[in-house]
Design a protein around this ligand. Sequence first.
Ligand code: GTP
Ligand code: MG
Length: 349
Amino acid sequence: MFVDECTIKIQAGDGGRGCIAFRREKYEPWGGPNGGDGGKGGDVILIGDVNTNNLVDYKFQPHRKGERGEHGLGKDCSGKEGVNAELRMPLGTVVTDVESGQIVAEVIEDGQRIVLCKGGNGGWGNTHFKTPTNRAPKRANDGQPGERGSFKLILKSIADVGLVGFPNAGKSSLTKQLTKAHPKTAAYPFTTLHPQIGVIELFDEFGGSKRLLLADIPGLIEGANENKGLGHRFLRHIERCALLILIIDMAGNDGRHPWDDYKHLLRELKLYDPLLLKKPRLVVANKMDLPDFKANLVKFKKKHDVAVLPISCLETLGIERLKKDLFKRVATFRTQEKKAACRPTGRNS
Ligand SMILES: Nc1nc2c(ncn2[C@@H]2O[C@H](COP(=O)(O)OP(=O)(O)OP(=O)(O)O)[C@@H](O)[C@H]2O)c(=O)[nH]1
Ligand SMILES: [Mg+2]
């Protein structure tokens, strides 16, 4: 089961209570205070984990708690700290505080640690309250309560390239060709039900290699914005991509019209988020091995003035060219992104 959205309830551990105690020894019947401090409560920590890509664990176990700190003891013994609750999160998880509606964390890197709720500090034992006028304080602090809250988790996968197309256009077939991933492919719509991330690797002549992440998502259909098909919720998984591939079944199988498919894809992307149309995109015409491909391509070009890259996933045609093109385009995008980030924004800067 794939879950990319859920709400969790978090409670960090309360701090332990401070202790009221006095030193009592054989020849020291009225020794001073020696009550230890309470231990700190356990934090709730999010940890980025590249090996998970699903929030299903949190859907079925939404309540997570840090351990409570132990109470302080006599003989100046502090209570033990509560154990932290460590929640492993897929990369790309956006965490929103339900009460305020604010984004409070984004898990981006493997191993990244984010303290979502802090455990309460332990209370002071009576040793801390000794003063020149009160040598035997009968006072200690309670521990502080741990932070708590409800948080919405939304997974927006991290990938460089996103594949968008109607069902059966060949998105998963292309993913198989470009990466080592093995998504299911079949001649019925909605074979892919949730996003799959694959790694595209390009080797150079010196034995080095470059990598890109490719997101294969379920098919998009006309009216997805009105929840037709699988809706367009899963488009969140291509929001972070540097480049989109719009893949069209140019052979027009099942009586489809590729030029209409292209138009509908653009419309659905725009309805989901107009920013998606601002991303660089590449139109790929698949199934060039089939007889109707050529005539359809001519018609398509008459209707849409865009560059189209013909390929066939079945016969592995045009794949290497596409792969190199992807690396070039993503590199250009990243350079532009860096330049834009470095560009001074203020008038006086
Ligand atoms: N003839 C031909 N068939 C292809 C080509 N690429 C994919 N197919 C076939 O088209 C069908 C659909 O391919 P998929 O890769 O599952 O398509 P998809 O876009 O991932 O489909 P969904 O996951 O349902 O959205 C399969 O039967 C493939 O074998 C191609 O280049 N030529
Ligand atoms: Mg598929």
